[in-house]
Write a protein that binds this ligand. Structure first.
Ligand code: PBG
Length: 324
């Protein structure tokens, strides 16, 4: 054995302190963005069946909820609205008194420092559940852009700090940037869902947001999970059109893409740790099959290692507690 030549990697793993000194990736509270589902009506605080620990809340519960989030040291939330009324053109999305606009105004007034991100999409607001205008079974690209720009401007007017368009129409960043600039919101950044795959991991969210398409699927606008070059083209377009952040979504099955987006562009990369990724962990944990806390930390650190600067996650409150 004495003439055996090898490296002693274990030398750097001998104690907690030493391990923390050579740790390459850190998770911070500043990395976390917490999604919040706001619904119309009052006295609503109901758990989403497929997402244990995630609630639909009406405006009267918003202040207490956001207080808890802020007290935990979380710096940012992303708002999703569940409107009482839907129509073909998703008009509640761009109504100045829509649920997201009302929630934004209320939160901004009480918590001016919290960074409010508004998800800008139509699918929760359309009666057909698609993310754009539908004609003869087709999802129309260009006419939808105008509605997205109107939605973004109305969200910014209500006080949203960041606009996050998620609907995957071509040109949505350009259209929204122009809309915001013309309305005087030159300083409101766009966090674009640049790379968004057509994924079954969104299932629980669609329960939560009541946004399942009533016919067909989203494959003509969201991406094929098999594609990598296309992800880079999508991201490149959004950068050219003026995006300020690039979201990769979902996160866990797409860590390779996250790394490539990080290496190819000079913008902050955001991982969206989506609903299915959340619910799978919750379900396994409820069965006692895994250690939830350890798995959550391992998953989130893997996103950061893959290049994510920020993480949108339903685990944000749990993680903030663990980091305290
Ligand atoms: C809306 C939207 C979706 C998600 C975020 N914004 C659903 C979809 O595209 O069907 C999914 C989020 C999640 O699963 O956590 N377009």
């Amino acid at each position: 054995m004495t003439d055996l030549q090898f490296n002693r990697h274990r030398r750097l793993r001998t104690s907690d302190n030493l391990r923390s000194m050579v740790k390459e990736t850190w998770l911070r509270k500043e990395d976390l963005i917490y999604p919040l589902f706001v619904v119309e009506g009052s006295n609503v605080h109901s758990e989403v069946a497929s997402m244990p620990g995630v609630f639909h809340i009406s405006l009267d519960y918003v202040e207490a909820e956001v207080q808890e989030i802020v007290d935990l040291g979380i710096k940012s939330i992303i708002l999703f609205g569940v409107p009482a009324e839907k129509d073909a053109l998703g008009s509640q999305a761009y109504h100045d008194h829509g649920i997201v606009q009302e929630a934004t105004r209320l939160i901004k007034e009480k918590f001016p420092e919290l960074v409010i991100i508004a998800d800008t999409c139509l699918c929760q607001y359309t009666d057909h559940g698609h993310c754009g205008i539908v004609e003869e079974g087709k999802i129309l690209n260009d006419p939808t852009l105008d509605l997205l720009a109107r939605t973004a401007v109305s969200q910014a007017r209500a006080g949203a700090d960041i606009i996050a368009p998620s609907n995957m129409m071509d040109g949505f960043v350009a259209a929204i940037r122009r809309g915001l600039d013309e309305a005087g919101f030159v300083d409101v950044p766009i966090m674009s869902y640049a790379v968004k795959y057509s994924s079954s991991f969104y299932g629980p969210f669609r329960d939560a947001a009541h946004s399942t398409p009533q016919f067909g699927d989203r494959k003509t606008y969201q991406m094929d999970p098999a594609n990598r070059m296309e992800a880079l083209r999508e991201a490149a377009s959004d950068v050219e059109e003026g995006a300020d952040f690039l979201i990769v979504k979902p996160a866990l099955s797409y860590l390779d893409i996250m790394r490539e987006v990080k290496d190819n562009f000079l913008l902050p990369v955001v991982a969206y740790n989506v609903s299915g990724e959340y619910s799978m962990i919750k379900a396994a944990a409820q069965n006692g099959w895994i250690n939830e806390q350890e798995i959550v930390m391992e998953k989130l650190i893997s996103m950061k290692r893959a290049g994510a600067d920020l993480i949108i996650t339903y685990f944000a409150k749990d993680v903030a507690k663990m980091l305290s």
